[in-house]
Structure formats: C-alpha cells, structure tokens
Design a protein around this ligand. Structure first.
Ligand SMILES: Nc1ncnc2c1ncn2[C@@H]1O[C@H](COP(=O)(O)OP(=O)(O)OP(=O)(O)O)[C@@H](O)[C@H]1O
Ligand SMILES: CC(C)(CO)[C@@H](O)C(=O)[O-]
Ligand code: BAL
Length: 279
C-alpha cells in the first residue's frame, strides 16, 4: 500500500491502478479505524479490483464546541489495518493540502441536511458535503462506500452525487455492531466503562420501538418509550428519536413507506447516533 499526501502523487498513483485495468472503490474515513470501516473496505474489495481509502479529520465538519482537537488520531495502526484489508492507496492529505489559502467553495445540500444532525450540528453537513465532493474529485473512483451508521450523511451524499452529476456509484454498508448491539464508532473510545454499559440502551431502545411500530403500535408512543428508556439509562440531552422516510428523511407517522428510526443522544461527554430500518 502506498501512502500519499499530495494531489499530484495521488493522481499518478490512481492512474497506475487504472492502467492495470479494473474498477476502483473508495472508502473515505476520519481514521481511528475499527471493524465498521473494515467492512466498508471489504465490500469495496468485493465490488472492485482496487481499493483507495482516505484518512482526513475534516475540520470544517466540526462546530467550534466539538471534539476536533481530541478526535482520536492513530495513522500508523490505521495504515496497517488498511494494508491487511487489501488497500492499494492511502490518501492522507493534511489540512493545508485540502484547504489551501484562498479556498472559498462550500457545497450545501438543502432538504435532507436541514434537521436531525443538521439542526444539532449546524454547518456539519456542509462540511461533510464539501469534503466528500473534493475527495470524490481527487480520487475519481467508480464506487464509494459509506456506512449506514451515519444514515443522514449517506442520504446527503446520495443527494449531492445526483445533483452534481458526479460519476460515481454510492454504496451504503449496513451498520457493524458490538456483540451487545452498540454500533461501532470511533467515538466509543471516549466512553467510560459505566457509560459503555449504559450505551446499550441506544440500540435496544430503537429495537423495541421498531418492534412496537411493526406490530402496529402507535408511532408517537413508541418514540416516547424509546426516549424514556434513553433518559433512564442516563442519556442527556436526547437530541432526537424520530421516524423518517428512509430515502428523503421527511417526517413520517406511519410505516406505509420504507421508514427509518433515527436517534442521537449524549452520554457523559460522548454524543452517539444510531438508526434502524422499520418495515
Ligand atoms: N459501525 C459502523 N458500521 C458501518 N460503517 C461505519 C460504522 N462506523 C463508521 N462507519 C462508516 O465509516 C465511514 C467513516 O466514518 P468515521 O471515520 O467518521 O468513523 P466513525 O466511527 O463513524 O466515527 P465517529 O465516531 O466520528 O462517528 C463512514 O462512512 C461511516 O458511516
Ligand atoms: C465521510 C467523512 C469521511 C467526511 O469527512 C466523514 O464524515 C466520516 O468519516 O463519516
Ligand atoms: N461519522 C461522521 C463524522 C462526524 O461525526 O463528524
């Protein structure tokens, strides 16, 4: 695996892969890799001949009050994991390469970015959409893989790629979970042992709400019960627990269309998100 830190070298390395024939899969990450990221890499390898991954902790998607300065960084062990996962190129630019002096363009995706995490983290999805647009232009892959764990992010990127006519196929990969159901996330590393135990309530609350809704129960009561369970487990604040259209993320109060339960809540200093298909 070749680790690349500037755009000219990246373009040459990608051209060499192209010359070898076959398709290129791309997995963008912020590093601190775990089995969730490696599931994206494995799916990329299944679908394409070559694999490119990026590690870039993108400052523009963090609000000033967020955890940019403490976000886990461990590039050496990440690189070993990617190499073992069959990655050909690790694209690891620094901030001055991604956002050189004079950089002035922002991509905003209206509608699907507006609420949920868009409301809780103002500016977050503009930061994500801008850096993903840049990463896709830099790497120019055939397919790019994103986790369903960040479900709204996946919906924003799908919309952006359609709207900007980006010639790439976006592939969503199911959420990888620990044995007790908690979605794998780099931010789980912030949890104390006690918080980690309490955090199980998040997938369980969503599972119970999904079960109740599928059984024909009242949606508002199922969401209220989920919020209640999270509060009893010590989550505070609970940013949202919502039932949404699985594609547009528009609010829903029944499951006549494919629906998704989405939640975000804080336990101690750690904000966790999760989501589940309903029906
Ligand atoms: N548990 C998971 N299952 C599947 N995909 C995942 C999982 N966790 C992260 N991903 C995906 O990996 C990609 C990179 O995510 P990122 O580097 O932000 O990791 P993360 O664990 O989500 O970190 P964070 O704690 O910041 O949310 C994204 O497409 C994300 O959806
Ligand atoms: C897609 C992404 C790499 C953009 O910075 C990030 O939001 C992430 O890791 O999910
Ligand atoms: N996992 C999405 C990136 C973020 O939370 O900033």
């Amino acid at each position: 695996m070749q680790t690349v830190r500037d755009i000219d070298t990246l373009r040459r390395a990608v051209a060499e892969l192209r010359a070898d024939g076959g398709t290129i899969a791309f997995v963008p990450t912020m590093g601190a890799l775990h089995a969730g990221h490696m599931a994206l890499a494995a799916e990329g390898r299944r679908r394409a001949k070559h694999l490119v991954a990026s590690i870039f902790v993108n400052p523009t998607q963090f609000a000033p009050s967020e955890d940019l300065s403490t976000y886990p960084r461990r590039e050496a062990s990440d690189a070993r994991m990617l190499e073992d996962g069959g990655c050909d190129i690790l694209w690891a630019p620094d901030v001055a390469i991604m956002y050189p002096e004079g950089h002035a363009t922002t991509v905003t995706v209206a509608g699907v970015s507006a609420d949920l995490d868009g409301a809780a983290r103002p500016g977050h999805f503009a930061g994500v959409a801008t850096v993903v647009a840049k990463l896709l232009n830099q790497v120019q892959p055939d397919i790019a893989l994103f986790g369903e764990k960040d479900y709204q992010q996946l919906a924003v990127i799908r919309r952006m790629v359609i709207d900007l006519d980006v010639p790439v196929e976006i592939v969503g990969v199911p959420t990888q979970r620990d044995a007790d159901g908690l979605a794998l996330s780099s931010r789980n590393a912030y949890l104390t042992e006690e918080e980690r135990r309490a955090a199980r309530a998040l997938p369980r609350a969503l599972g119970e709400a999904a079960g109740a809704i599928k059984a024909g129960g009242d949606v508002a009561s199922a969401l209220a019960a989920a919020r209640d369970k999270l509060a009893r487990a010590g989550f505070d604040p609970i940013d949202y627990v919502e039932l949404r259209d699985a594609e547009t993320l528009a609010p829903l109060d029944d499951v006549r269309r494919p629906a998704r339960l989405l939640a975000a809540a804080r336990i101690g200093r750690t904000r966790l998100i999760d989501n589940l298909a309903v029906g």
